[in-house]
Ligand binder design. Structure first.
Ligand SMILES: Nc1ncnc2c1ncn2[C@@H]1O[C@H](COP(=O)(O)OP(=O)(O)OP(=O)(O)O)[C@@H](O)[C@H]1O
Ligand SMILES: [Mg+2]
Length: 266
């Protein structure tokens, strides 16, 4: 088998809080192949964000190994870690983390500004990504002039602008209504089909169901890891019946549509 994009080996992250040590990650060994779409689930405090921060090279582990695209990055610190991160990884967060008094275009250009990319190239690359996420007509809008879903698409364009191999999304739909969540997940699936590896943290089973693999954390450990028959978000977006809402309990079936032609609801 080809070498995985992500390989963590007995990854440990401890935080010292006064006299106590918090074991945020307690020996996580996980391989994620290039091109996978993985959902990370688990209760609050189980280590999901810590795992994302370590795999995203935002923090270094206390011990253990992390090989990203063939490079062991576990012992890197500061600028070296930032260089790997800027070159390979795009981030999408629940709170969109956009600069408020700055246009969509400039928000997307930001990672390129940090990377020292010349202005004409910055503009062109940011515009291309905004068009890709369907916001070519909104480049001058500030975040407050965009809907939640549009703001999240700006953050996805920003995550893409450095041509990452990996997108890490921590609760990307947590602040969105169910229809908008579906649009964001359809976009992530489309990016995945183009070859980008995607890891999404979510509390919602409906969202996890768009992934090909579901990994569950508990107490800083991986306790469940299984493949999943991924639902295609595009087909739900275009389905005539209302899409299942994340707010509805799984056990309650959606109301049966009354006037749908045979087979259309399958
Ligand atoms: N910077 C930190 N300092 C101290 N403890 C931390 C820090 N970051 C996380 N922790 C602790 O590590 C554990 C795992 O936290 P983490 O944020 O990874 O959980 P999570 O699974 O993302 O939870 P949630 O679903 O609530 O976002 C928690 O007990 C948390 O309190
Ligand atoms: Mg978290």
């Amino acid at each position: 088998m080809a070498e995985p994009l992500i390989r963590t080996t007995h990854l440990i992250k401890e935080y010292r809080m006064g006299d106590n040590i918090v074991h945020a990650l307690d020996g996580v060994s996980l391989d994620i192949a290039a091109g996978e779409f993985v959902a990370v689930m688990g209760p609050s405090g189980s280590g999901k964000s810590t795992f994302m921060n370590l795999t995203g090279c935002l923090e270094a582990p206390t011990s253990g190994d992390y090989v990203l695209a063939g490079d062991n990055v576990a012992r890197l610190q500061g600028d070296e870690l930032a260089a790997i991160r800027n070159r390979r990884i795009g981030f999408v967060f629940q709170q969109f983390n956009l600069l408020p008094r700055t246009s969509a275009q400039e928000n997307v250009e930001l990672p390129l500004l940090y990377a020292g990319t010349p202005k004409p190239e910055r503009r062109a690359r940011a515009l291309k990504r905004l068009e890709q996420v369907g916001l070519g007509a909104r480049t001058d809008h500030h975040p407050a002039q965009l809907s939640g879903g549009q703001q999240q698409r700006v953050t996805i364009a920003r995550a893409l602008v450095n041509d990452p191999v990996l997108i890490l999304a921590d609760e990307p739909t947590g602040a969105l209504d169910s229809r908008t969540s579906l649009e964001v997940m359809a976009l992530l699936q489309e990016l995945n089909r183009s070859g980008i590896t995607i890891v999404v943290v979510t509390h919602e089973h409906d969202v996890a169901n768009f992934a090909q693999r579901i990994v569950q954390f508990r107490d800083g450990k991986v306790v469940v890891d299984h493949t999943n028959q991924a639902v295609d978000a595009r087909t739900l977006l275009h389905a005539p019946a209302p899409a299942p809402t994340s707010a509805a309990p799984a056990a309650v079936p959606a109301p049966a549509p009354t006037s749908i032609p045979d087979g259309a609801a399958a």
